[in-house]
Write a protein that binds this ligand. Structure first.
Ligand SMILES: [Zn+2]
Ligand SMILES: [Zn+2]
Length: 363
């Protein structure tokens, strides 16, 4: 039996479980550990049975609860090396530390992180993040962690453009709780390092590997992160594809997504809503760019012209809460799939931000 459970999808957090009869993988950990646990419980997934965490890219909406979750469950985390480096920079409090320096520091330091207030910690992450980021990166932050009150506030603050602040500057209760949890947990561990993980495994885009009985094929996606990937999973003769956070769909991805039984595809924004919406121009440009997010129309164009129509389920994902409406995304995709939708093929589902989607079960 093969199962896919989307725990959350959207710019405030992404996480999906892919499971065979014997192996279970968490793809991205973009919610606080506590919220991830809560949603797994709601979805009937036992957290203790997870075998590994796979990371697509280092944007906050994909890694928010990573360290705490991995430590809590004591399971390995799979990254590409550039993504791991970027993540380490993101969680490491010291400013302008190179990866080599970080490794050096890690070696020397038995106990590093002082106990601090959680607010302090979130602030430090935001600070170092902002320092590191180009204006474009900063603009991107606002979309990838988009929406909710935090983003609305961020966008309003920054109507002038250059004043844009990372959303993490205004942490909500959940983030504070997550940071607190991470810090108190870190304080209990002998190695007090925010980037410490039980085990790190590197993979490369284009090189397949296995976790238990699930074959994983990572493929490069056009997105403004260090080394972003999508995944195709194969197990028990079932093929599942995940392709979100991409500016467009290049032909190598068309090839990867052939023969999928479940296809999870980004349908991020409606172009008109984005153009007329509240974002500053720089952010709009970034979202629309070739390394931004896939629009409803772009997803539909793929579904109509390039997609082989083989999937039992097509899951529209990473919908923007500011620049899209679920009905609009659904309609656009339905139109593209037209008469290929049936009870057995191309059933269209929408992944949600605020609650887990009912598990898709195959075989
Ligand atoms: Zn992203
Ligand atoms: Zn994202």
């Amino acid at each position: 039996m093969v199962r896919m459970t989307v725990l959350a999808s959207g710019s405030r957090g992404n996480s999906t479980i892919v499971a065979s009869s014997t192996t279970r993988i968490l793809v991205d950990a973009g919610l606080s550990c506590r919220e991830l646990m809560k949603r797994m419980k709601t979805a009937g997934e036992e957290p203790a049975g997870l075998d590994a965490i796979l990371i697509t890219h280092e944007h906050q909406d994909h890694v928010q609860g990573l360290a705490v979750t991995a430590r809590k469950l004591g399971i390995p985390v799979y990254f590409t090396e550039p993504t791991h480096r970027a993540w380490v920079r993101w969680v490491t409090p010291r400013k302008r530390m190179t990866y080599t320096e970080w490794l050096e520091q890690r070696r020397k330091q038995g106990s590093g992180l002082r106990a601090q207030s959680s607010e302090d910690s979130v602030q430090r992450i935001a600070d170092s993040d902002q320092e590191r980021q180009s204006p474009e990166r900063r603009a991107q932050s606002s979309e990838d962690q988009d929406s909710g009150q935090r983003s609305a506030a961020g966008v309003q603050n920054s109507t002038g453009g250059p004043g844009l602040r990372p959303v993490a500057m205004e942490p909500d209760a959940e983030e504070l709780a997550a940071a607190e949890e991470a810090l108190s947990e870190a304080a209990r561990e002998p190695e007090r390092d925010p980037a410490a993980l039980p085990r790190v495994e590197y993979f490369r885009s284009g090189s397949g590997f296995r976790i238990g009985d699930i074959a994983v094929m990572p493929f490069t996606i056009p997105h403004d992160a260090a080394d972003p990937v999508g995944f195709v999973f194969e197990t028990e003769e079932i093929r599942l594809g995940i392709a979100t956070d991409l500016g467009y769909l290049p032909s190598n991805i068309h090839v990867q997504l052939r023969g999928c039984d479940v296809l999870m595809l980004e349908s991020n924004h409606d172009l008109d809503m984005l153009r007329d919406g509240p974002y500053p121009w720089a952010v709009k440009q970034r979202v629309m760019s070739r390394v931004g997010h896939l629009s409803n129309d772009a997803a539909a164009d793929f579904l109509e012209k390039r997609y082989d129509g083989q999937a039992a389920y097509v899951v529209l994902a990473h919908l923007s809460e500011n620049n899209n409406l679920p009905e609009l995304a659904r309609l656009t995709a339905e139109r593209a799939l037209q008469d290929r939708m049936s009870l057995l093929a191309n059933r269209l589902l929408l992944a949600e931000q605020d609650r887990p989607m009912a598990s898709i079960v195959l075989k």
